[in-house]
Write a protein that binds this ligand. Structure first.
Ligand code: UDP
Length: 328
């Protein structure tokens, strides 16, 4: 039986990866320090013989007994508000955490896939973003702690690949959504749906002309799975190229939820990328992958998930004050 370690196992994407690898017949070892992850995302796996969970912070030495065939490094805060709340941890998990896991992969002779991000392109000056674009990142801005940690992560991963001959894979994840996103992490999809469910106005930042391209979680997981099984070591974009402005997206959410609330405008966060859309020609060619789930289908499932949460979750606000988000 193949054994896989998944860090960030209790997070949004990590928990779906645990499900997928259990389904594929793997022995799954989940690891998470639960700073931004939620144990409830993987509670349904605890009774399984082939699932284990380690409550551990990967920035500290990582020890896993026994053989390991694969490692997926998905531990990291992943919302702009989290970067402000826990900037040092964000830097450490992308840098020190990645170093520890590369060391573990080398020790176990395991193949490792690390989760990178479209944020390596920063506020991109090239559109859509192809893997060959080097990016436009503000090192010292509020997002810099995430962006630079992820850029370092890619560098050290390639160094282990070239210097130690380690089998490495790098996925550049573009905006991904679906059930198990954290309701109050401040990201646009949980924010808009949460506001609609609470009967609040929808907060569009800036003039709403900035664009994003949203990929449904099952498509993302399929892309990651195919990349892990491939023999391709350079970074690959996985995302849905269907681009929309945030203003138009707010209107879509109003229709989807049937809310009678309206859109209100707030200050645009510092370094908020103006446009983002993956060029997925590499993923198509190398992995024979492309997204299958359209936004209306994916958003309906996501809305159903948020609707099913207990009411007290809906009113639990982690981030009351957005002013810190825009300051600096
Ligand atoms: N956004 C918004 N209202 C919100 C939350 C986010 O208009 O309540 C905007 C945000 O400024 C950005 C886009 O939605 O332009 C996506 O933000 P998110 O935090 O989801 O992720 P990002 O893609 O910026 O990392």
């Amino acid at each position: 039986m193949k054994r896989i370690l998944i860090t960030g196992a209790a997070g949004f994407i990590g928990s779906h990866l645990c499900d997928r690898f259990i389904k594929e017949g793997y022995h799954v070892i989940g690891m998470d320090n639960l700073i931004t992850g939620d144990i409830r995302n993987i509670e349904h796996l605890f009774h399984l013989e082939h699932f284990e969970f380690y409550h551990h912070d990967v920035t500290k030495f990582v020890h896993v007994p026994g053989k390991l065939d694969y490692i997926l490094h998905f531990a990291s805060p992943a919302s702009p508000i989290d970067y402000l709340k826990i900037p040092i941890q964000t830097l450490k998990v992308g840098s020190l955490g990645t170093h520890n896991l590369l060391g573990l992969a080398k020790e176990k002779n395991a193949r490792i896939l690390i989760a990178s991000t479209s944020e390596v392109y920063g506020d991109p000056l090239v559109h859509p973003q192809h893997e060959d674009y080097y990016g436009n990142v503000n090192t010292i801005g509020p997002r810099g702690v995430y962006d630079e940690a992820k850029r370092f992560q890619e560098s050290i991963t390639m160094a282990y690949h070239r210097f130690h001959g380690l089998e490495t894979r790098i996925v550049r994840i573009f905006n991904t959504y679906g059930p198990r996103m954290r309701l109050n992490d401040g990201r646009v999809i949980p924010a808009f749906i949460g506001q609609a469910l609470r009967g609040e106005d929808l907060t569009v930042f800036g003039d709403g002309k900035q664009t994003r391209s949203f990929c449904y979680i099952t498509d993302q997981v399929e892309g990651i799975f195919r990349l892990l099984m491939s023999d391709y070591a350079a970074p690959i974009n996985i995302g849905n190229p269907h681009e929309i402005t945030i203003g138009d997206f707010a209107e879509e959410i109003i229709k989807l939820t049937g809310t009678s609330q309206k859109v209100i405008y707030k200050e645009l966060p510092v370094d908020d990328p103006l446009q983002r859309k993956p060029d997925i020609s590499k993923a198509k060619e190398i992995l024979n992958w492309e997204p299958k789930v359209g936004r209306s289908e994916g958003m309906k499932k996501t809305y159903d998930y948020f609707k099913s949460l207990p009411e007290k979750e809906l009113f639990k606000k982690e981030h009351k004050d957005f002013s810190t988000y825009t300051r600096m």
